[in-house]
Design a protein around this ligand. Structure first.
Ligand SMILES: Nc1ncnc2c1ncn2[C@@H]1O[C@H](COP(=O)(O)OP(=O)(O)O)[C@@H](O)[C@H]1O
Ligand SMILES: O=c1ccn([C@@H]2O[C@H](COP(=O)(O)O)[C@@H](O)[C@H]2O)c(=O)[nH]1
Length: 293
């Protein structure tokens, strides 16, 4: 069930004026609900949204996920049902490519470079992001750091108004980078990042100290300098100190809130405004919704 379906159907009621449209829209809702109720419920009623896509890059353990969590919390999204969320978050780690048997062996010994762009399936990431931008519901796999592979679990990402994509190399691939409406770079100093990565990898990712330090020195640090750090120049907003930077997070949250308010009022206006051949096509309906800056 898509908003465009509702809008197309509501044309019938144009000549009845505002009240007429209101009544007709309700009728069409009920009618369509009975035809495709499951799909309607699945997609929260807004299948064809064009979400505001925000890329969140930064070195390992810089606080990318934590910044995204804070944003979600401050927008009151964290505890909502998945189907009700207007803001959702995806990790680039879900798009690590499947390793060959020999690469898998190297990965088990901590000798595979997971920080190199070649470790990612950027085409798959691009396809999913394009689907999200087209307002589709998508399945995003969960990554398992213990087995160094995509797990058999996945998350359904329902059409939302704002989608955050966080990862070390989200600004590296030009075609992916160009899709973002807003780009954030979480800038936390290397010592702090290493001090956070060591306990995290030991406690949450099943590594030992020697493995973590070897991987960091051989792959993580050089790849950060070669591939991740140079992408900072593409950022619209740099967040020094990550999640500790409450001022930066509040400013970003304020910006997203304004977008959400505008997006909600646009939807309301489109649902209830009388349509006529002279009504100019709205950005939502034409799929050309612009940035909220
Ligand atoms: N501001 C902070 N203060 C203290 N610990 C933090 C802070 N930000 C993140 N962490 C911790 O550091 C680790 C890495 O943070 P995370 O947000 O997962 O980074 P990233 O997503 O960039 O890898 C996690 O264990 C997290 O709890
Ligand atoms: O199997 C894997 C996959 C990735 N890594 C490391 O993870 C980080 C990226 O995740 P962050 O949450 O941004 O830290 C990257 O530096 C890889 O080295 C891994 O160790 N094993």
């Amino acid at each position: 069930m898509s908003m465009s379906h509702i809008f197309r159907k509501s044309r019938l009621a144009v000549s009845c004026g505002i009240l007429g449209v209101r009544i007709s829209c309700r009728f069409i809702f009920t009618h369509k609900m009975s035809v495709k109720q499951a799909e309607f419920a699945d997609t929260n009623g807004f299948e064809s949204k064009t979400p505001f896509l925000i890329g969140v890059a930064g070195g390992t353990a810089s606080g990318k996920s934590t910044v995204c969590q804070r944003i979600m919390e401050k927008l009151g999204q964290q505890h909502k049902e998945q189907t009700e969320r207007r803001v959702v978050c995806i990790s680039q780690d879900s798009f690590y490519r499947t390793l060959t048997p020999s690469e898998r062996l190297r990965a088990e010994r901590g000798q595979f470079n997971f920080d190199h762009p070649d470790a990612f399936d950027d085409k798959k990431l691009l396809t999913i992001l394009k689907d999200i931008l087209a307002g589709k519901k998508v399945e995003v796999p969960e990554y398992d750091y213990i087995t160094n592979s995509i797990s058999n679990r996945s998350h359904t990402i329902y059409p939302a108004d704002v989608v955050l994509i966080e990862g070390i190399l989200v600004f590296y691939f030009p075609e992916v980078r160009e899709l973002f409406h807003m780009k954030l770079f979480v800038d936390t100093d290397s010592d702090t990042r290493l001090a956070r990565r060591v306990p995290r990898d030991i406690m949450e990712r099943g590594r030992d100290l020697e493995q973590v330090l070897n991987q960091y020195m051989n792959f993580v640090k050089p790849a950060f300098e070669e591939f991740c750090l140079p992408t900072k120049k593409f950022a619209d907003v740099i967040i020094p100190r990550g999640a500790d930077n409450l001022v930066a997070i509040d400013l970003i949250v304020q910006h997203i809130s304004e977008y959400l308010k505008k997006s909600a009022s646009d939807k309301y206006r489109l649902m209830y405004a009388p349509l006529s051949p002279s009504t100019p096509t709205s950005p939502h309906r034409s799929g050309k919704i612009g940035r909220p800056h």
